[in-house]
Design a protein around this ligand. Structure first.
Ligand SMILES: [Zn+2]
Length: 485
């Protein structure tokens, strides 16, 4: 009987007539068709999602229901579909500034709304599973693009005390569904690496522990097996860019408690990927991982995997800087030393708007030879010197825009003075820092300082590092997204 079921499932999938090479994945290959174009960067708001959820209401077999409200009164909705015996609950963005999976869920809604050559996959998922999605569990946090909710508490530390309305409703929904499987969807530090390698942990998985001993009961084992299956799929798409999240037991977290309450819980953390600051490629990887996870549960293909395969996934480590300058000569107290400079860029939100700028910090200095950078400069033979403040004063920003900024940078300056500063909310996209005349700011090359320096050789400037971004003086390539103001 069981063999019969497996054969039927296998045949219904192989009958799909989907052109598929060995390394290809049907969800990956067909992603473009389902991409929700209304959402194109991470700082979308509750108001952007609402109409998309509304559209789902018209689709046969789909229910969209309000399940509660956030602290500030924003509706939190659940989208449900499928008629299967196995229930799966997915929730995203319990941390307001972790938006990647919510974008992928919008694409997944489009996937389930479509009818095409992938119908055999939809059919088996909807026949075997009842799927409940809660996109954007923390809409108030998303509004301010911050981790915490409007009470300024971390919802993922409120699974026991259940003070926040958002936490209460997640618990209530889990208990009412008695969900068999759960997907806890987050974003992690983009500088996490796969072990000690230079590869970013683009996706990290975890089957959270439910006790200090990190015991493995059947529910947790199932989650580990699903993860092993997903790792197998993702290795063909993003080889060596999958890691395992820290499995320390956190008694207040939802993932850990869901596991304890009997829901096999799979944590998916979206990390970084080269040249993907808005995480649109990682969103696609999420789309694949979530659908593949649902398929794995629906077909029970996860049972072909074991916990050893889960444990063999490398751990998350932090071996990446945004920019690593290697082997620079740096003067300290009049003497030269060879030092590596590790620089990270942090997003700073412009409150009340969707704009953000970067502020960079020199976060480590010394022998950083075991680390890597998303960007690296080998400065062997070059000296790092603080960027100078340009002596002449520009009347205003408009006057500065007309100036020969290349010449200013090539002469070793990273900051210019303005008689009249631009409006407060302005983000300086020019490749030089601006200060009000007379308030000139020097930026010594020092730990935790702002990285504004030049790299020169034989008195010739090769690079200007402005707010932690690179301006290549020799090629005039400008990679400065924003300077300081
Ligand atoms: Zn998170």
């Amino acid at each position: 009987m069981l063999l019969q079921i497996i054969l039927t499932v296998y045949m219904s999938l192989s009958a799909a007539h989907i052109p598929q090479k060995d390394h290809q994945n049907p969800f990956y290959e067909n992603y473009k068709k389902y991409h929700q174009q209304a959402i194109s960067n991470r700082r979308f708001k509750h108001g952007d999602l609402a109409p998309l959820l509304q559209e789902m209401k018209g689709i046969e077999g789909v229910t969209v229901q309000k399940i509660g409200e956030s602290v500030q009164g924003r509706d939190i909705s659940m989208v449900s579909m499928g008629t299967g015996k196995t229930s799966v609950l997915l929730w995203s963005q319990m941390h307001g500034d972790e938006a990647t999976a919510t974008m992928a869920l919008m694409d997944i809604f489009n996937f389930f709304s479509a009818s095409d050559a992938l119908n055999p996959y939809r059919k088996i998922m909807l026949d075997k599973l009842t799927i409940h999605f809660i996109p954007m569990l923390n809409p108030d946090g998303a509004q301010a693009f911050k981790r915490r909710n409007a009470m300024d508490i971390d919802l993922n530390r409120d699974a026991l005390r259940l003070q926040a309305p958002e936490a209460q409703l997640l618990k209530r929904v889990r208990d009412s569904l008695k969900a068999d499987f759960g997907f806890n969807l987050h974003d992690q530090n983009t500088r996490y690496t796969v072990g000690k390698t230079n590869k970013p942990a683009t996706i990290s998985f975890l089957a959270p522990a439910y006790d200090e001993q990190k015991s493995v009961h059947e529910g947790r084992e199932n989650a580990m097996q699903v993860i092993a299956d997903l790792n197998n799929t993702l290795q063909r798409i993003i080889p060596n860019q999958v890691a395992k999240y820290d499995d320390e037991y956190e008694p207040r977290a939802f993932g850990d408690n869901m596991q304890k309450w009997g829901t096999s819980t799979i944590l998916i953390e979206s990390g970084g990927y080269h040249n993907d600051p808005e995480k649109q490629y990682i969103r696609k990887i999420n789309f694949v991982a979530i659908l593949q996870g649902l398929l794995s549960i629906a077909t029970q293909s996860y049972k072909n995997f074991n916990t050893d395969q889960y444990f063999s996934i490398p751990d998350n480590r932090t071996y990446l800087f945004d920019l690593l300058v290697r082997n620079a000569q740096v003067a300290v107290e009049g003497k030269q030393y060879m030092l590596d400079l590790g620089i990270n860029r942090r997003e700073q939100d412009d409150e009340g708007s969707r704009a953000f700028s970067y502020v960079s910090t020199l976060e480590d200095i010394g022998d950083l030879s075991v680390f890597y950078g998303y960007q690296e400069i080998d400065a062997r033979g070059m000296t790092a010197l603080p960027g100078k403040v340009y002596a002449s004063v520009f009347k205003n920003f408009e006057a500065l825009e007309k100036a020969d900024l290349h010449a200013i940078l090539a002469a070793g300056h990273t900051t210019v003075q303005l008689a009249q500063m631009p409006a407060e909310e302005y983000i300086n996209k020019l490749p030089v820092n601006i200060v009000k005349a007379g308030t000139e700011k020097a930026h010594p090359v020092q730990l935790y300082g702002r990285p504004n320096f030049i790299l020169q050789e034989n008195n010739k400037v090769h690079y200007a590092i402005v707010n932690g971004f690179i301006y290549n003086v020799r090629t005039r390539e400008n990679q400065i997204i924003n300077a300081l103001d």
